[in-house]
Design a protein around this ligand. Structure first.
Ligand code: GDP
Length: 544
């Protein structure tokens, strides 16, 4: 009978990556490790593994819950036998085959494929990487890092409760014991390793960080209450995760309630083209209760599984880079900033540069409040040493010494002034506005209207406006006035916000102005369509 790819991998004792490589080698199409494969294929895979000397039917799978695994980053088991270079040069394809492009919402890692249906053992990642980058052998050695997860969803659907439950049950005892102060992130220890949670739920926080050009979250959990199903902010959260191309896992919460209807949630998701696994799609949906804890263990397991597929890696020995998660002023300590280490390692005494400011790290604490001297990738740390409060989403780099830090800051200030001057001097060139000649241009839009009927009507009209040269990408369409989150989303994607029979509140308009986002409101549908036509032609006059 059919079996899911990850189940088969578990059964035969190879990791998911290896399994996907084998499937690629066989030319088998799949969407994700959740996809099912045919019995014949299963037999073939077992044969291949047996030939390789891996005991395909052997008993190394005896323990389905590998609690023995040490928490934290485990070095990856060699994913594929190192190919012999002679066989390799055949015809490596640097791009994944079209059928295996990451699907929207839930990305499949771009598993390198070889065109020749050679024995899978002789094809694999290494050859492709050698083609692209001569220094690639080092690439394989970059260790895995823990996933960073954000929780989003509609108000009152249980985001905070879920975070609280995970914190209570999965944060090391010494941390849970004390009153953990809010630093914007916490680290959960699970049987599959460390998972870092961003502690400010909601897509505003997520997009605020993205709006400054940083990507912090690797995986988005969309929480949907089983008694309420999809609500406006659920759809917003989904749009934000999709815009960031962050894989999503849906947690259907409150399944302990008598009126819980998880099936309805799944059907509603299908309407958004997000098809749960059980319905043949590739969206992972996990029923949970933040109250009783039911399903939370499964959710954590799915997070680890998704992280494994995403193949998240960072070099602790590389050049440091990070992102500010949160900054605040403490009456006693002074300025405290939570930094997420993304690459490299942070040490006490390092000089950090954020925007046009710098500081020297005087002290560092982990998310449990414990003093630490250094912090590697995917570690949130609270840093003491900035003179003024950095904002969430700002990028952080390090400098060798104070002199280097000051030079970098000066250079940045200079660049900013030059850019400001240039902006005053030059209007946008046609090419900047239209994109290079001969390429497909995308018009990014966010739609807001008074009723669901208007939203759908507008979407229908817009779909017909698309052509070979211009793609219309409606990033989000919703009922009601545009929100601050819409503006942030628009600013990350250079989208225009078009409103029909609704207008933006003053505060939202102000933010839009400051971010250079256009919000245009219409009461007559043809005027809105005229504007779309102008955007398509690229002749829309910038409003000053
Ligand atoms: P948020 O606005 O998404 O952060 O939602 P909260 O975590 O504040 O939860 C909103 C309400 O739902 C609170 O009263 C919670 O106690 C309740 N709640 C959250 N999760 C569950 C659950 O799994 N079961 C039940 N019965 N109630 C829950």
């Amino acid at each position: 009978s059919k079996i899911r790819i990850y189940s088969l991998a578990k059964e035969v004792g190879v990791d998911n990556h290896r399994m996907l490589e084998i499937l690629d080698g066989l030319g088998v199409q799949y969407k994700s490790v959740s996809s099912t494969i045919e019995e014949d294929t299963v037999e073939l895979i077992k044969q291949i593994l047996a030939e390789e000397g891996t005991d395909a039917t052997g008993g190394q799978v005896s323990d389905p819950t590998p609690d023995t695994e040490v928490a934290g980053e485990t070095p990856e088991p060699a994913a594929a036998p190192q190919p012999t270079p002679a066989v390799q040069t055949a015809a490596p394809t640097p791009e994944p085959a079209p059928g295996q492009m990451p699907s929207e919402g839930r990305a499949v890692p771009p598993t390198p494929t070889a065109t020749a249906p050679a024995s899978p053992a002789t094809q694999g990642a290494a050859a492709t990487q050698v083609e692209e980058r001569p220094t690639a052998p080092a690439e394989r050695e970059v260790p895995h890092r823990a996933p960073v997860v954000t929780i989003m969803g509609h108000v009152d659907h249980g985001k905070t409760s879920l975070l609280d439950y995970i914190r209570k049950t999965k944060v090391a005892a010494k941390e849970a014991g004390g009153i953990t102060q809010h630093v914007g992130a916490f680290e959960a220890q699970t049987s599959k390793g460390r998972i870092v949670f961003i502690d400010t739920p909601g897509h505003e926080a997520f997009t605020t960080i993205r709006a400054r050009g940083a990507n912090v979250a690797d995986i988005a959990i969309i929480v949907i209450a089983a008694d309420d199903s999809l609500m406006p902010q659920t759809r917003e959260a989904i749009a934000h995760a999709q815009a960031a191309k962050v894989p999503m896992i849906v947690a259907i919460n409150k399944i302990d309630l008598a009126q819980a209807d998880p099936e309805r949630v799944k059907t509603d998701l299908t309407q958004l083209n997000l098809v749960p696994e059980e319905y043949g799609g590739d969206l992972v949906v996990v029923p949970v209760s933040a109250r009783t804890g039911e399903g939370v263990e499964d959710l954590l397991e799915y997070i680890s599984l998704t992280a494994e597929l995403e193949d998240l890696r960072a070099d602790p020995k590389g050049t440091f880079s990070g992102v500010i998660i949160e900054g605040k002023v403490d009456k006693q300590a002074g300025v405290l900033a939570t930094v997420m280490v993304q690459e490299g390692t942070l040490h006490i005494g390092d000089f950090l540069v954020v925007g046009e400011r710098y500081g020297k790290i005087k002290a560092m604490t982990d998310t449990g409040g414990g003093r630490i001297k250094e912090a590697g990738p995917s570690t949130p740390v609270q840093v003491l040493g900035f003179s003024d409060v950095p904002e969430s989403g700002e990028k952080v780099v390090s400098a060798k010494n104070e002199h280097a830090a000051r030079e970098l800051v000066d250079a940045r200030a200079g660049q900013r002034r030059d850019a400001e001057n240039a902006r005053v001097r030059n209007r946008l060139t046609l090419e900047e506005m239209m994109g290079p000649v001969g390429t497909v241009r995308t018009v990014n839009l966010i739609l807001r209207a008074d009723t669901q009927g208007s939203v759908e009507a507008l979407q229908g009209i817009l779909a017909r406006k698309e052509s070979e040269d211009v793609k219309i990408n409606v990033m989000f369409a919703g009922i009601g006035s545009p929100s601050e989150a819409d503006v942030l989303l628009a600013s990350t994607a250079e989208a225009t916000i078009l409103c029909f029979s609704v207008t933006a509140a003053g505060g939202v308009k102000k933010i839009a102005d400051s971010k250079g986002v256009e919000i245009k409101s219409y009461r007559i549908i043809y005027e809105l369509i005229d504007e779309v036509d102008r955007l398509i032609k690229g002749t829309s006059e910038p409003v000053f």
